[in-house]
Design a protein around this ligand. Structure first.
Ligand code: FAD
Length: 552
């Protein structure tokens, strides 16, 4: 094995989060080694909802977000969640699945798209392979990590030959998934329920387009008393998952052979299916947990290693991508000697509350699903079938059913959680108070310190161009008001002047709430690091020094 490496950062785990971590580090000029013990990309579809912020981040590292969206399901295929008895049985109601409609274009250039996780990962890997700063090795497992003051020594084992080698890195990102051995080896505890419910994920191939004609959707919640669970439609023509509730204490995985799984699928669909292939069956526990620490010394947890988020709101993968976007520029600035080491403390301070909020909302929503089950099945177990038959025959006669479905709306419209999260830490100058989340669907664009700059469409030669195109993803941007006098050689931050480099239908003051001689300092991750009145070079420098913990 030749693991000799010039990499500064070891990224353990080439799931979507590890992959994106290396692309972001490369974007900041930092070489990394990405390893995964698996020889191939995962085939189980898992995530499907790739949200607007993730797509924006993809675009910023050179993975074409419009192309990614083309690979996803069209909004009229994956735009609904349906509450049904079986896939072909009675429909009790349906809700839009997150913001995929054109109105979302007011808030982002790339609305959420349903892209199967393996397809998403293949696109990132294609980009990784073109990137000279990323050394990507499969079949390599990280066995131990030892920290010194200066570095982390990693023992890496090539699984095919069992050869091991020790290599040293400045930092390690543990993106090694929900069962993170690195997290366990650091004795970092998880907080929150470990098992909310247990499922078998039955991944199967079947063309169900004819059966879903006229009622396409991405999620079908199944309420037939003997069925339960949910069907996830990754691609109506071929890729499906049945989430089948099971009890691992009383049942064995071996009890679920292909024949049994096929019978379960047919019950869920509501009819026999001649051409169906079972691709994979794997047990999975739904959890809502967040790591107590995101960092120990030079090792950082990211993605599922740091948080396990129930999947229905589509926030697992997306939160992980947000983690590494937050971490990469900070590591790069410290490695390059441009920032104080204490900048790295802000990673946990900024990202842990985001995961906690996401889990809290998921738990609230999960609790509301019981109202729906009660509306359909009643409260007396021995009368479930009777009640279900009565409600199915005449759903309109049970107003509590429509109410319970309506109460699920925030579960599937968490726009504010997806793109509205804000930060408050030492890496933001005078952060605005983070408003309590009262309505997860209600995203309010804001130019407050700590918020992500709001998306705008800017007219350039009759073309609408997203504002993000003016901000470099690998450096700070000083966005100056139209009255700012030229600041010479300002600190290495890119300078963009409103009215000179671009104009908007809104005035500068209407847009940002600042006077014409004010400015906004935008961090490489798009969050507003400082709002500056009466900009001077000294003020801008002081703000950057604070954010980058220089002299701290
Ligand atoms: C049914 C289902 C539906 C979901 N839907 C959504 C959704 O719509 N949207 C969403 O955002 N999220 C969703 N998720 C969650 C999403 O799949 C995960 O959040 C995501 O895969 C986490 O990515 P990760 O890179 O952190 O970890 P993983 O994808 O688990 O990758 C970890 C990698 O680390 C490797 N590894 C582990 N230990 C080592 C080691 N010691 N050395 C080398 N390699 C190692 C593993 O082989 C693996 O490849 C869903 C999950 C499920 C199960």
């Amino acid at each position: 094995m030749n693991t000799e490496t010039k990499s500064k950062v070891l990224v353990v785990g080439a799931g979507p989060v590890g992959q994106m971590a290396t692309l972001l580090l490369a974007c900041h000029g930092i070489p990394s080694l990405l390893i995964d013990r698996r020889q191939t990309t995962l085939t189980a579809p898992k995530a499907h909802a790739v949200n607007a912020r993730t797509l924006e981040i993809c675009e910023s590292v050179g993975v074409n977000a419009s192309h990614l969206r083309e690979l996803g399901a069209a909004a009229n295929e994956g735009g609904e969640v349906r509450f049904v008895s079986t896939l072909t049985g009675t429909e009790f109601g349906c809700l839009p699945y997150e913001r995929q409609d054109d109105a979302a274009l007011n808030a982002t250039p790339f609305p959420l798209s349903n892209i199967p996780q393996p397809v998403f990962e293949e696109e990132l890997i294609a980009k990784i392979k073109q990137e000279p700063l990323i050394d990507f090795r499969r079949g390599l497992e990280c066995r131990t990590l030892q920290q010194t003051i200066e570095c982390v020594e990693a023992t890496l084992v090539e699984l095919e030959t069992d050869e091991s080698e020790s290599c040293s890195f400045d930092y390690v990102i543990a993106a090694d998934g929900a069962g993170s051995r690195i997290r366990q080896s650091l004795d970092i505890e998880m907080e929150g329920p470990e098992v909310l419910s247990s499922y078998l994920m039955i991944h199967f191939s079947a063309d169900l387009r004819q059966l879903t004609e006229g009622r396409r959707g991405v999620l079908y919640f199944l309420f037939e008393p003997e069925v339960n669970g949910a069907l996830i439609a990754y691609n109506h023509a071929k890729t499906w998952v049945l989430m089948h509730p099971w009890n691992p204490e009383e049942e064995k995985r071996e009890d679920y052979d292909d024949e049994t799984c096929l019978r379960l699928i047919e019950k869920a669909v509501g009819q026999a299916l001649p051409q169906t292939t079972i691709e994979n069956v794997s047990p999975w526990n739904m959890s809502a947990q967040v790591a107590q620490q995101y960092r120990q010394g030079r090792i950082f947890l990211a993605g599922d290693a740091a948080h396990r988020i129930p999947p229905a709101g589509g926030l697992g993968l997306n939160s992980g991508i947000g983690d590494v976007q937050n971490l990469a520029w900070k590591l790069a600035a410290v490695i390059r000697g441009e920032a104080g080491e204490s900048l790295l403390e802000s990673y946990e301070v900024e990202r842990q509350p985001v995961a906690k909020n996401n889990n809290e909302q998921s738990l609230n929503n999960a609790a509301k699903i019981f109202d729906l089950i009660i509306a359909l099945h009643g409260l007396e177990p021995e009368k479930t079938a009777e009640r279900f038959a009565a409600v199915s025959a005449n759903p309109e006669a049970y107003p509590e059913l429509a109410e319970a479905i309506e109460a699920q709306r925030p579960h599937f419209d968490s726009f504010d959680l997806q793109i509205g999260y804000r930060y408050s830490s030492s890496a933001i100058c005078e952060p605005a108070a983070i408003p309590e989340i009262t309505d997860v669907s209600n995203y309010q664009p804001s130019w407050d310190a700590g918020a992500h700059f709001p998306h705008r469409w800017i007219e350039v030669a009759d073309q609408a161009v997203p504002l993000q195109n003016w901000f470099a993803p690998n450096q700070f941007t000083l966005l100056e008001g139209p009255g700012v006098q030229q600041l010479e050689g300002c600190l290495g931050a890119a300078q963009v002047q409103f009215g000179k480099d671009f104009s908007d239908a809104l005035s500068w003051r209407e847009l940002t709430g600042l006077a014409d001689d004010g400015a906004v300092l935008i961090r490489p991750d798009g969050h507003i690091g400082a709002r500056l009145d009466s900009l001077t070079k000294e003020r801008a420098e002081a703000a950057l020094n604070q954010i980058l913990a220089r002299g701290a």
